[in-house]
Design a protein around this ligand. Structure first.
Ligand code: GUN
Length: 295
């Protein structure tokens, strides 16, 4: 009988969290508080459109008003800053999310810093990032994908203390903040990136391997340790003539071939994606409680 890895079901963990959050949203309604999340899309990047549609569906599911603001790709940095300022001052808005990436002529860091950190449900503002780096107790509005990964590991009782964790990818959205959150939980963390020498050396010794690269099936069987736990953060579109949409989504790992060697893995879709969205909902509820001093 051939061995097959356990599938870490992100959708299941996400649905559990969403049901709990819908109770919070109901409670807040009894306090005359209707939650609202404003999502800004600049331009029409197809991946961004798809991510936003998932975020809005989750809002609808748990009773948060989803307010999508579409701005043309030609929007100037000042126009976007003005819009953010308006939302910062709008008392009916509890969360503000600017979908990334932004067009090249707009400075992302400047935009993120302009968002009121109390409404920064992405957890990207330097104030929230700084707090997260201090220690676990200071984590508050922390980035959604790392937060979702930690919750999946917790749900499946995967211990982090003293574990060798290798993250491939150093983005501000996943790799960097996740490294801090894992250190806060006493893992030994290695962060690899496109300039890393001998990547395989680092991936093959990981008890837990996190792939956040953005390249389809990049992590192959020879790169992983036997019985490792693999978290696949990748969402890559590859051509698929059998699919209605003409593409299908695959992760950053060679999923099918890894299954006989490793002990557990998150699927794509159905792993980190739904958890990112659920954690965004959690941050929105949290932001509202904190803005209203209800916690
Ligand atoms: N682009 C890719 N992931 C994210 C995310 O989590 N938040 C935002 N705002 N943009 C993204």
């Amino acid at each position: 009988m051939s061995f097959s890895a356990q599938i870490l079901d992100g959708r299941l963990v996400a649905d559990n969290l969403l049901s709990k959050l819908s109770e919070d949203v109901k409670f807040l309604k009894t306090q005359n508080l209707q939650l609202k999340l404003s999502i800004i899309l600049v331009g029409n990047n197809p991946a961004s459109i798809s991510y936003i549609s998932q975020k809005r569906k989750a809002c609808e599911k748990i009773g948060i008003i989803d307010d999508q603001i579409n701005l043309p790709a030609t929007t100037s940095e000042n126009e976007l800053l003005q819009k953010i300022n308006e939302l910062n001052n709008d008392r009916s808005v509890h969360g503000i999310l600017v979908q990334l990436p932004l067009p090249k002529h707009i400075n992302e860091a400047k935009i993120i810093e302009a968002i009121d950190h109390k409404k920064d449900v992405d957890g990207f503002h330097p104030y929230n990032v700084g707090k997260m780096f201090l220690n676990k107790d200071f984590e508050n509005l922390s980035p959604c994908t790392p937060k979702g990964i930690i919750k999946i590991l917790e749900f499946y009782n995967i211990d982090l203390v003293g574990k060798e964790v290798t993250i491939v990818g150093r983005s501000n959205i996943v790799g960097k903040p996740l490294s801090a959150m894992l250190i806060n939980r006493s893992a030994t963390v290695t962060v690899c990136h496109s300039k890393t020498k001998n990547l395989k050396f680092h991936t093959a010794r990981a008890d837990i391997l996190i792939a956040a690269i953005g390249k389809a099936k990049f992590i192959t069987t020879s790169m992983v340790k036997k019985e490792a736990i693999v978290i696949d953060v990748g969402v890559n579109r590859v051509n698929d003539t059998n699919s209605e949409k003409s593409y299908k989504l695959v992760g950053d790992t060679d999923f099918e071939n890894l299954l006989t060697k490793i002990s557990a893995i998150t699927p794509v879709p159905g792993g980190c994606g739904p958890m990112t969205v659920a954690c965004l909902m959690e941050n929105t509820v949290k932001a509202a409680y904190q803005i209203k001093n209800l916690s």
